[in-house]
Design a protein around this ligand. Sequence first.
Ligand code: ADP
Ligand code: MG
Length: 362
Amino acid sequence: MSRAHAPGRVNLIGEHTDYTGGFVLPMAVDMGVTCEATPRADRLVTAWSREMSGAPMAADLDNLAPGAVTGWAAYVLGTIWALGEAGVVVPPCDIRIESTLPAGAGLSSSAAVECAVALAVLDLAGVRMQARDIARIAKRAENDFVGAPTGSMDQVASMLAQPDALLFFDTGLDITRTVPFPLRANGLHLLVMDTHAHHQLVTDEYGERRRALEAATVALAVPSLRDVQDARSVESLTDDTLRRRARHVVTENARVQHVIELLTAGEVAAVGPVLSAGHASLRDDLEVSCDELDVAVDAAVNAGALGARMVGGGFGGSAIALVRATHVDVVRSAVAGAYRARNWREPDVYDVVPAPGARLLA
Ligand code: ADP
Ligand code: MG
C-alpha cells in the first residue's frame, strides 16, 4: 500500500498572466487530498472518494482512454492514464482519496487530487520521478482526460511548494524559485473568501481576453508581453480595449516582481497594497471582476485588511485578503455583513498558511 498527500494552492499575485508566458506566485495551503493506493489481483483500477457518494468507479487498466470516464473519477483515472502515457507501468490497484479542501472554491482541489494520485501510484509502481515531471503528468490528466484547458500553475504549486514560502513560477521559461513568505512570524493571516458566485457568461469572455492580449503582443512587436519592460510603452496602443488588457498583464508581471522584492527585503505587510492594486487592474483594465468580488475586496480593505484582490479566472470564485492577526475577526464580520446587507449568501472564509508541497506518507 502507498499513501500520499497533495495540497491545494492559492495564488498570491500574478493573475491572467500564465497564458502569456508571464509570472505567477502561488503557495500551497494547509488543506489537501490524501490518496491511498492498494494493489489488486486482476486488471482493474478502481476509484473511491470519501467526498463523493456511491460505490467505487472501476475501469479496465488496459482500455483506459479519454472519454472512458467522466465526472470526478476522471481526475483520478485520468491521472492513471497520463502515467501510462508517460511510460509508467501502472499496477492494477484500488485508489481511495479523501480531502480537506472545498471543491470549486478556487483552492485547486483538482490538482491536489491528481498530484496525490500520481505520487501514490508512482510509489506503488516503484518508480521515482522528479516533482516537475509529476506535475506535467497531472496537468496532462486535467487537459487531455478531464478536458479542462488549464495552465500548469496548480500542479506545479501542489508538487513543488515549500512551507512558509511562495513559489515563483516563470511560466514562459518554465523556471521555479522559492520565495520566503513568513506569514505568521509577521503576525499576518491570509484569508480566502469563497463568494459562491459563478456567473455564467453568454459571450466567450476568456477567449476575448486571450485574443486581445495576442493582438496587443503583435501591435507592440514583442515576442511576448513579458518582454515589455517599461509599462508606459503599452500606452502607445491606440485601441482602448487592447491597451487596458495589455496594461493589466504588463503591470501584473511587475507586481509579481515587486512582491518578490518586498519579501526579499522582509517587508511582508507591504505586500498588501500590491494585492489591492492587482485587484483594481483586474477590475478596471482586464474587466474580469464582478460585484460579489468587488464587495468582498472593498469590505475587507475598509475593515482594515492590508490588501485584498480577486483570485482565479474571475466573474465569481474567491478573493483573498492579507490581514493583521488583530484584524481577522473584524474583517471577517465586515465581509459577512456586507453580503448580508445585499441578501447574498455569506462567503465561506478559509484562513490559510503557506504549506509544504506534495509528499509520500508512511
Ligand atoms: P478547483 O480545482 O478550483 O477546486 P475544479 O473545478 O478545477 O475546481 O475541480 C473540482 C473538481 O475536482 C470537482 O468537481 C471534482 O470532480 C474533483 N474533486 C475535487 N475534490 C474531490 C474529492 N475530494 N473527491 C473526488 N473528486 C474531487
Ligand atoms: Mg482546478
